[in-house]
Write a protein that binds this ligand. Structure first.
Ligand code: PXP
Length: 254
C-alpha cells in the first residue's frame, strides 16, 4: 500500500484584510467574514497577529474570531504580559510567540530562544498550563530548536522568509536549512510548522518536507484575492500544497 504520510494543514492568516479595513476605518472588509470564507475554501485554521500597536487585527477581531468561527484560531503574539492576558482571556486553540519590534513592516526574523530562554519560559508554561498549544516562531537554526525543547514548547514554526526572498542557488541553500531544521525538530519530538512570505511560486518545496505539518500563509493570499478572489486563491494554494505533498510521498514510496 502506498505510504500516505502525514497531512499538511493550511492556516490562513487574515491580518491584511484588517490592514485594508483600517486604511479607512470602519468595518469593511471584515476579517471575520474572510475567516468564514477561508473555512469554506478549505483552510484548516485561522491565524491572526494581535500586534502591540494594533495596526491591523484589533482586540474585537480576536474576540469575534474566538467566538464566531468554527476553525481553530492560532493567535500570533509577542511575549508580553498584555498579550498573555489576551490569550488567557480568549483561550485560542494555539498561540505562536513571535518577536515584535514597533517599527518593523512585518515580523523580520525568528525569536531568539537561546538568548531569551528565561524571559520566554514563563510564557510557554502559562500557555501550556491553560491548554493552549504553544509554538515558537524561529529561524531554521538547530540551536534555536534545542532551546525550544529546553523551555517546554511543543511546537515550532520555521520562518520561511529568507527562503522566499532568496533567488537561485541561495534559495536552494535556504531550503536545505528548512529541510534540516524540520528533520531536527522531528528528532527532538517537536511538531513543526512553517510560514512567512509563502506564495504560489515558493510553497511547493516547503509543502514537500514531510515532517512539516502546518503552513501559515497570509499576505500573498490576501493580495492575490484582489485578482482572483479569496476563495480561488486559497483553493489554488491548497491544491499546490497537496500536490507537492502527494508527489513527495510518491517519490519516497517508489
Ligand atoms: N507565521 C508567522 C509567525 C507570522 O508572523 C506571519 C506573518 O504575520 C505568517 C506566518 C504569515 O506570513 P505571510 O503573511 O507573509 O504569509
Amino acid at each position: 500500500m502506498a505510504h500516505t504520510g502525514r497531512s499538511l494543514r493550511l492556516g490562513v492568516n487574515i491580518d491584511h484584510v484588517a490592514t485594508i479595513r483600517n486604511a479607512r476605518g470602519g468595518r469593511h472588509p471584515d476579517p471575520v467574514r474572510a475567516a468564514r470564507l477561508a473555512a469554506q475554501a478549505g483552510a484548516d485554521g485561522i491565524t491572526a497577529h494581535l500586534r502591540e500597536d494594533r495596526r491591523h487585527i484589533s482586540d474585537e477581531d480576536i474576540r469575534r474570531l474566538s467566538t464566531e468561527i468554527d476553525l481553530p484560531l492560532n493567535l500570533e503574539m509577542a511575549a508580553t504580559a498584555e498579550m498573555l492576558a489576551v490569550a488567557l482571556r480568549h483561550k485560542p486553540h494555539a498561540a505562536c510567540l513571535v518577536p515584535e519590534k514597533r517599527a518593523e513592516v512585518t515580523t523580520e526574523g525568528g525569536l531568539d530562544v537561546i538568548g531569551g530562554e528565561s524571559h520566554l519560559q514563563p510564557f510557554v508554561t502559562r500557555l501550556n498550563d491553560a491548554g493552549i498549544r504553544v509554538s515558537l516562531f524561529i529561524d531554521p537554526d538547530l540551536g534555536q530548536l534545542d532551546a525550544a525543547v529546553r523551555i517546554g514548547a511543543p511546537v515550532v514554526e520555521l520562518h520561511t522568509g529568507s527562503y522566499c526572498e532568496a533567488e537561485g542557488r541561495k534559495r536552494d541553500t535556504e531550503l536545505r536549512r528548512l529541510v534540516e531544521a524540520a528533520a531536527h525538530a522531528e528528532a527532538l519530538g517537536l511538531e513543526c510548522h512553517a510560514g512567512h512570505g509563502l506564495s504560489y511560486e515558493t510553497v511547493a518545496p516547503v509543502a514537500a518536507i514531510p515532517t512539516i505539518l502546518e503552513l501559515n500563509i497570509g499576505h500573498f493570499l490576501v493580495g492575490e484575492a484582489i485578482f482572483s478572489g479569496l476563495d480561488s486563491a486559497i483553493k489554488r494554494m491548497r491544491a499546490l500544497m497537496d500536490k507537492a505533498r502527494a508527489e513527495s510521498h510518491g517519490e519516497k514510496s517508489a
